[in-house]
Design a protein around this ligand. Sequence first.
Ligand SMILES: [Zn+2]
Length: 136
Amino acid sequence: MSRQHTVDFEFVDYIPELLEEGIVYIAPQFSAVMHLCCDGCGARVSTPLHPGQWTLTFDGETISLSPSVGNWELPCKSHYIIRRNRVEWAGEWSSERITRGAMDDRLAVSSGTEALEHSRVSWWSRFRDWLRRLIA
Ligand SMILES: [Zn+2]
């Protein structure tokens, strides 16, 4: 496994079944963004675009994702920021921050991953369920 220091990106209609390492796939129609974990572990990482989740910035040449990508759900527990096509590796997360972050982002990541395997209608119903759980 080797850490990547740059990424490329591709705007797509649908997130492809097979992802290539080092490419951030962006499906604007579904607000879906997915890439393979930047430490080379091969895990699919979903960073859905939504207020309160992730924001994608495209400046015409490069992309940035905000906030950072914290893969504490994965064995690798990698944590990095994608800024202007560069991968900035962040420090270790304290367990307190992981717990706090996971409350928001575990839902975000799992709901985003499932969304890609279902139709758009199903995506919205899942998303609504997820919102309801947040509010409840
Ligand atoms: Zn990883």
